[in-house]
Design a protein around this ligand. Structure first.
Ligand code: 3PG
Length: 209
């Protein structure tokens, strides 16, 4: 399953975390991301319009869209029905993992400790979201966890911006970096897609070795 996420990301090393209040926000956003060369996005299920927005994003060719902030198996199922091609949780949930396995969709669980990593591995998950990465200890924490878990690939997310991103990406255990800084809520809400396109292009440029 984890291999699928690696395949799905197809070399994309940044995952914009996006919170939308209306499906109407999707078209210009998707265009801005695509123009910048961003290949994927995580739409959080945090607003009443999130499911509609996810459906609209998922319909955009050229973007691999996942659902974020998925808290239970029923939500995972609805997200996949809406077009999510991967599922992300802030923490690790065995029911979500089982439902995703049944649906054949990669699950990226949030992990913050060695115990949670051991639990993820027991569920057959070896790609995890290190969350909230910066607040927990940042790259030092990632290095400390990567040492005993060489089989784990991390997607650090939380408090990471353009400046910190390349440091994470340089670590061999890091698959990709996630964050809302590429399409921040205030720019989404004000409809500043030019600025989002610039931030996305900068992130893409800095994500390349
Ligand atoms: C998430 O759900 O992944 C976080 O809200 C993203 O964290 P950030 O907003 O600090 O980038």
């Amino acid at each position: 399953m984890s291999g699928d996420l690696t395949d799905l990301l197809a070399g994309t090393r940044i995952i914009p975390v996006i919170t939308l209040h209306s499906a109407d926000q999707v078209q210009p956003l998707a265009e801005a991301l695509s123009q910048a060369g961003v290949g994927c996005a995580e739409v959080t299920l945090r607003t009443p319009a999130a499911e509609d927005a996810l459906r609209a994003m998922a319909g955009h060719p050229g973007l691999v869209v996942g659902a974020g902030t998925v808290m239970d198996a029923a939500q995972a199922e609805r997200a996949v029905a809406a077009g999510a091609r991967f599922v992300v949780s802030p923490g690790l949930d065995a029911d979500v993992a089982a439902r995703c396995r049944g649906l054949g969709v990669p699950y990226l669980p949030g992990c913050a400790t060695a115990g949670e990593l051991m639990a993820a591995l027991k569920l057959g998950l070896n790609v995890v979201k290190l969350f909230p990465a910066e607040q927990l200890g940042g790259l030092d924490l990632l290095k400390a966890l990567a040492a005993p878990f060489p089989q784990v690939r991390f997607v650090p997310t939380g408090g990471i911006g353009l400046e910190r991103m390349p440091h994470y990406l340089a670590h061999p255990s890091v698959l990709a970096v996630g964050g809302s800084w590429i399409a921040p809520p205030e720019l989404l809400d004000s409809g500043d897609h030019e600025r989002i396109a610039r931030l996305a292009a900068q992130a893409m440029a800095r994500s390349r070795p």
